[in-house]
Write a protein that binds this ligand. Structure first.
Ligand SMILES: NC(=O)c1ccc[n+]([C@@H]2O[C@H](COP(=O)([O-])OP(=O)(O)OC[C@H]3O[C@@H](n4cnc5c(N)ncnc54)[C@H](O)[C@@H]3O)[C@@H](O)[C@H]2O)c1
Length: 437
C-alpha cells in the first residue's frame, strides 16, 4: 500500500460503469446530478459528508474525508450503464419510482442522455426477468470481449481517465465455487466452452478485471468470490469489493447485535421479515435468487455473536429471514424484527424493530462511496480484496484464512484507520492514556 505522496492525484474524469439500470443505479445517478446542481444534499455518503478525527482529541483536527484523501469530485464522474431494457436513465428512474417526479423532471436533460448498452444476460441465472436489449455472442469469451469494447468506446468518447465497475444488476441464482472457478485458466476455458458455471455477472467482472478496472459487487451473487477472479485481479492490479450492500434490515442488525453482545445479553431468537414491492423484490420472489440473498443475510449474526465463544448466550439462537414480494409498497420496504433476549439469571425479554425504509435511498450513497474509494485504492496500488470497505457490505469479502468482520463500528474504524495510514497519520487506538498521564 502506497502512502499519500505516491498516490496519483484524482485528476481528469472518472467513468463509473454500472451493470443494471434499476432502482439503485437510477437513484445514484439522479442523486449525483441533483447534488452537482445544488438541488439536494448527499446524505448517507461518507465520502461527501463524513469527517475523520486526526491526532489527539485535544488537537481539534477533523477534516472532511474528501479533503483528507484525494477522491474524484462528483463534477468529474461520468456514468456508463448496461441493462436488458432499452429505457434511458430518465425513463428507468420513472419506472423505479424512487425519486419524486418534480426532481426528476429538473434532471431530465442529463438523465435522458444516459442510454444502456445491450446487456450480457441469460435467463437461466435470473428466472423472473427477460428483456430485449441483450448482446449475442457465440461464446461467453466473445461476450466478455464485447463488454470490453463497450468500455473502450465509452472511454474514448468521453475522454475518461480512470474507471470503476459496480454490479447493480439483479440477484442471480445461488451458486458455489466449483472446478471452473478454481484458477484463471480453468475459468477462461469455461468461458470458451460456454460452461453453465459462468453466470452473466462473472462475464462483466472478467471484462473489467482484464482491463485492470476495480470491480465491486452490490448484490449477493458469487461473481468475484472465486480463486479465478482473485488471480486475475492480482495479475492486473485491480481492487475488489463486495458483496451485497448493507442497507435496511441487515444494517440495523449489525448496529443492534454488537450492542447486545457488548452487554452480554443472550439472544435465543431473531425473526426478520420484510415486505418489498420493487423489481428486486420480484426477482427475489424466485426461490433460487432468494437462496443467494438468504445466505448473505443469515451469516451476519453468527459472526457478530460468536456462539463458539459464548455458547450459553448464543448457541441456541434461532435466526429466520423472510422477504415477501408485495407490489403496493414499491421501493419503500418495511422490515420487522422480533428479537428474543435473555438477561440476568435467564429472564426473557423482547425487542421489536419496525423499519420503514427506502431501499434505494439507503443504497445509492453506498454505491457512490464504494466507487470513489475503489478509485482511490487503484491509485494507491491496493489490489485484490479491499477489506477496509467491509463497512458497505452484508457479506464482506475477506482472506480465506480469516472470518469476516460484520460489526459496523469495527468496520468504520478499519475504514478510517486505512485512510489515516494512507496519509501517514497516527492510527486511532482509543487507548487515551495520554490525557491522564
Ligand atoms: N436496494 C438495496 O437496498 C439493495 C441492498 C443490497 C443489495 N441490493 C442488490 O442490488 C441489486 C440492484 O438492486 P435494485 O433494487 O436496483 O434492483 P432492480 O431490479 O431495480 O435493478 C436491477 C437491474 O438490473 C438489470 N439486470 C439484470 N441482469 C442484468 C444483466 N445481466 N446485465 C445488465 N442488467 C441486468 C435489470 O433489468 C434491472 O433493471 C440487486 O441484486 C439487489 O439485490 C440492493
Amino acid at each position: 500500500m502506497k502512502r499519500l505522496k505516491d498516490i496519483a492525484p484524482a485528476k481528469g474524469k472518472l467513468g463509473v460503469l454500472l451493470v443494471g439500470l434499476g432502482a439503485v443505479s437510477t437513484t445514484l445517478i439522479a442523486g449525483v446530478h441533483a447534488v452537482r446542481r445544488g438541488l439536494a444534499a448527499p446524505i448517507g455518503s461518507l465520502t461527501q459528508m463524513g469527517t475523520i478525527r486526526l491526532g489527539k482529541r485535544t488537537d481539534g483536527r477533523s477534516p472532511l474525508i474528501k479533503d483528507f484523501v484525494p477522491l474524484a469530485s462528483l463534477d468529474d464522474v461520468v456514468f456508463g450503464v448496461w441493462d436488458i431494457f432499452e429505457d434511458d436513465c430518465y425513463e428507468a428512474a420513472r419506472t423505479a419510482g424512487v425519486i419524486a417526479p418534480d426532481l426528476l423532471s429538473q434532471l431530465k436533460g442529463d438523465l435522458s442522455e444516459i442510454k444502456p448498452w445491450p446487456a450480457v444476460f441469460d435467463r437461466h441465472y435470473v428466472k423472473r426477468l427477460d428483456g430485449p436489449n441483450v448482446k449475442k455472442g457465440a461464446t461467453k469469451r466473445d461476450l466478455s470481449t464485447a463488454v470490453r469494447a463497450d468500455i473502450q468506446q465509452f472511454k474514448e468518447a468521453n475522454q475518461i481517465d480512470r474507471l470503476v465497475m459496480i454490479w447493480c444488476g439483479s440477484t442471480e441464482i445461488f451458486m458455489t465455487e466449483g472446478d471452473a472457478h478454481a484458477s484463471l485458466s480453468a475459468f477462461e476455458q469455461a468461458l470458451d466452452e460456454n460452461d453453465p458455471a459462468v453466470p452473466s455477472s462473472m462475464i462483466y467482472a472478467h471484462a473489467a478485471l482484464k482491463e485492470g478496472i476495480p470491480f465491486a459487487n452490490a448484490a449477493p451473487n458469487l461473481t468475484v468470490d472465486t480463486s479465478a477472479m482473485l488471480e486475475l485481479a492480482a495479475e492486473t492490479g485491480s481492487p475488489l469489493a463486495g458483496k451485497d450492500l448493507k442497507t435496511g434490515q441487515t444494517l440495523m442488525k449489525t448496529i443492534v447485535a454488537p450492542g447486545l453482545k457488548a452487554r452480554l445479553l443472550g439472544v435465543s431468537g431473531w425473526y426478520s421479515t420484510n415486505i418489498l414491492g420493487n423489481r428486486d423484490g420480484e426477482v427475489l420472489d424466485d426461490p433460487e435468487s432468494f437462496k443467494t440473498k438468504e445466505e448473505s443475510k443469515k451469516s451476519v449474526l453468527d459472526y457478530i455473536l460468536q456462539p463458539d465463544l459464548y455458547p450459553l448466550l448464543y448457541e441456541k439462537l434461532c435466526h429466520v429471514v423472510r422477504i415477501n414480494y408485495y407490489p403496493p409498497r414499491g421501493d419503500n420496504k418495511e422490515g420487522w424484527d422480533n428479537i428474543d433476549l435473555v438477561g440476568w439469571l435467564g429472564y426473557p425479554m423482547q425487542l421489536k424493530i419496525n423499519f420503514l425504509c427506502r431501499d434505494s435511498i439507503l443504497a445509492a450513497p453506498l454505491v457512490l462511496d464504494v466507487a470513489l474509494f475503489l478509485d482511490l485504492a487503484k491509485r494507491a496500488g491496493m489490489s485484490g480484496i479491499q477489506e477496509w470497505l467491509s463497512f458497505y457490505f452484508k457479506s464482506p469479502m475477506h482472506a480465506a484464512n480469516i472470518y469476516p468482520e460484520h460489526d459496523l463500528f469495527i468496520q468504520l474504524m478499519k475504514l478510517k484507520n486505512t485512510l489515516r495510514h494512507l496519509r501517514d497519520e497516527d492510527l486511532i487506538t482509543h487507548l487515551g492514556r495520554e490525557y491522564y498521564d
